[in-house]
Design a binder for this molecule. Structure first.
Ligand code: NI
Length: 177
C-alpha cells in the first residue's frame, strides 16, 4: 500500500467525470487499498479516486467512530438506484477543501449498487452518515464538490481562500514527508 497525495481545490482534475472500471481486478484493489491508507492518514471518512488524480469510478469510506473498530467500504462503479424524497441537511467537509465546511442538503436515504473488493455486485440501503458520505464521494466521480451545492457567493468565498492558501505554499502540517 502507498499513501497518495490529495489534490486540493481549485484544480481541474477535481472537475472531471471519472470512467467506470471494467472489473475490480488486482489493479483496482491496489487503488482501493491506497485510497484507504491515504484516507486514514489524513484523517478522513471518505476519499474518491479523482482526489488523488486517478479518474476511475472508485471510492472508499469508513464512517466508524474513532473508538470503534475500522469498518471500511471499498466501492467501484457505484450507482444510485433509489433516493428518498425526504432530505437532510448536514455540515460537510472534504479533504480536497481543507478547513472549509458547509451545510449540504441531500436525500436522507439512498439505495446504491456497486462492485465490491471481490468484484461482486452489492446493493446497500444507506441512511444517516453513510448516505451522506456515499453521496458526497459519488459526487467526486462526476466532478462535483460539496461547495457546488452551496450558493455561488459561499462557493466563491471558499475557493478564493483555498487559491490564496495554495499561493502561500504548503502549510506546516502538509509539509511532513
Ligand atoms: Ni470530498
Amino acid at each position: 500500500m502507498a499513501k497518495l497525495s490529495v489534490i486540493t481545490a481549485p484544480d481541474p482534475r477535481l472537475k472531471i467525470t471519472a470512467e467506470p472500471v471494467a472489473a475490480v481486478d488486482h489493479g483496482v484493489r491496489a487503488l482501493m487499498d491506497d485510497l484507504l491508507e491515504t484516507m486514514y492518514a489524513a484523517p478522513g471518512i471518505g476519499l474518491a479516486a479523482p482526489q488523488v488524480g486517478d479518474s476511475r469510478r472508485v471510492l472508499v469510506l469508513d464512517i466508524a467512530h474513532r473508538e470503534e473498530a475500522p469498518n471500511p467500504l471499498r466501492v467501484a462503479n457505484p450507482e444510485v438506484l433509489w433516493a428518498s424524497q425526504e432530505t437532510s441537511v448536514d455540515e460537510e467537509g472534504c479533504l480536497s477543501l481543507p478547513d472549509h465546511y458547509g451545510d449540504v442538503k441531500r436525500p436522507a436515504k439512498v439505495r446504491v449498487r456497486f462492485l465490491d473488493y471481490h468484484n461482486a455486485t452489492v446493493e446497500i440501503m444507506a441512511a444517516g452518515a453513510l448516505a451522506k458520505c456515499l453521496q458526497h464521494e459519488m459526487d467526486h466521480l462526476d466532478g462535483i464538490l460539496f461547495v457546488d451545492h452551496l450558493s455561488l457567493l459561499r462557493r466563491n468565498i471558499i475557493l478564493r481562500k483555498l487559491k490564496k492558501a495554495k499561493k502561500l505554499g504548503p502549510q506546516p502540517a502538509m509539509a511532513r514527508p
